[in-house]
Design a protein around this ligand. Structure first.
Ligand code: PMP
Length: 364
């Protein structure tokens, strides 16, 4: 029983078929001048249009290897060779947080926004840091550990008067799952990854506003605006666009079902050692709990013995055995932060699976 859909999802069968079809029929390099190259290039351009249509935005779209690379290219591309303040939160994914740490070590003035016990930033704190020296604000839409949803609409309003400030939103855990309360056209840069919505691994997306001179980190051809030069896999691009369209169309239906699953879990947990780190306002796809006096890794293995797969937190830091950063930020409790597990749901999860998980968690 797989409850780790936040880490990654299985590929949709239909999307796998699309991948095979593209590999067989349109394998040419999109930069080749012959007819097959041109046909491949036309498909690539159509996919960009499809993504922009689905997100209702007018950004330039660059395909990367994953969201980690997209986040790195977005942030570094905004601040390189410039001086000033950059702002993020204490609960970002490492692919944002570590870039900020690197920049801090290299002389940038970095502000890390606090979050409250619900994992939400304080807009007044953000406001207090805004001035004409700020280069970039990077705030995730949905947190990957507890599922808290940031008020991106309000962040946009706060930043609007400062024409120089760029806003980057890591959309990885929001896209296809949560209805945005903002327009993508109001954010300067956004990033996401196809493997989180039943697309293939190996492809991420960086969208950035047209006419914005994003600095290059990689050098080569001028493919993909020179931001991510080199030959890319058209199959991955098509699958990314198709999966995005398919699962954006299913957003409401899947949200409703997953919310029912979440409520079923929450309402049936009777173990007094369990405390919830996610609340009703979080993404229903993510349930984070701490189990008193039990190490998160131990819980993962106890459940694994029952064929149940959960996670201790971000898959990228789960082997590091550190207190979970987001749980520390919301609770300031070391005990909670080392005894946490993340259960993540999907439209593929059944009620029966949830009840089996409930039974095992109640026994812990
Ligand atoms: N940002 C968030 C919020 C994530 O959850 C993840 C995936 N764990 C990433 C970025 C990085 O995505 P990828 O694995 O595609 O590099």
């Amino acid at each position: 029983m797989y409850f780790d859909y936040t880490a990654t999802t299985p590929m949709d069968e239909e999307i796998i078929d699309t991948y095979c079809m593209i590999q067989k029929k349109y394998f040419a390099n999109t930069t080749s001048l012959h007819l097959l190259g041109q046909k491949s290039n036309n498909i690539y351009l159509q996919m960009i249009d499809e993504i922009k249509h689905v997100l209702n935005c007018n950004h330039d779209i660059v395909f990367t290897s994953n969201a980690t690379e997209a986040n790195n290219l977005a942030i570094m591309g905004c601040v390189e060779n410039k001086k000033g303040t950059i702002i993020t939160t204490k609960i970002e994914h490492p692919s944002v947080y570590e870039v900020f740490q690197h920049l801090e070590n290299n002389g940038y003035d970095v502000k890390y926004l606090n979050v409250d016990s619900n994992g939400i930033i304080d807009l007044d704190e953000l406001k207090s840091y805004l001035n004409n020296d700020v280069l970039l604000v990077s705030i995730m839409w949905v947190n990957n550990i507890i599922g808290s949803i940031q008020p991106i609409d309000k962040v946009i309003e706060l930043i609007k008067p400062y024409k120089k400030i760029k806003l980057h939103v890591d959309c990885v855990q929001g896209i296809t799952k949560i209805k945005p309360n903002f327009s993508f056209d109001d954010i300067d840069l956004f990033t996401f990854s196809a493997h989180k919505f039943y697309g293939p691994k190996g492809i991420g997306v960086l969208g950035y506003k047209k006419n914005f001179n994003l600095d290059k980190r990689l050098f080569g051809s001028n493919a993909q605006f020179g931001i991510k030069p080199g030959t890319f896999d058209l199959g991955l691009v098509v699958c990314c666009a198709k999966a995005l369209k398919k699962y954006c169309n299913l957003l409401d239906k899947n949200f409703k079902y997953v919310k029912e699953l979440r409520d079923l879990f929450v309402n049936n947990i009777k173990n007094s050692k369990v405390s919830f780190n996610s609340n009703d306002n979080c993404s229903p796809y993510i349930i984070n709990i701490s189990v008193l006096n039990t190490n998160g890794e131990t819980i993962v293995h106890l459940l694994e013995a029952k064929d149940i797969y959960v996670s201790t937190g971000s898959s990228c830091s789960s082997k590091l055995k550190k207190p979970e950063k987001t749980i520390m930020a919301i609770s300031d409790s070391y005990d909670k932060a080392i005894s946490t597990i993340r259960i993540s749901l999907s439209y593929l999860t059944t009620k029966d699976e949830v009840m089996k998980l409930v039974d095992e968690v109640n026994k812990l």
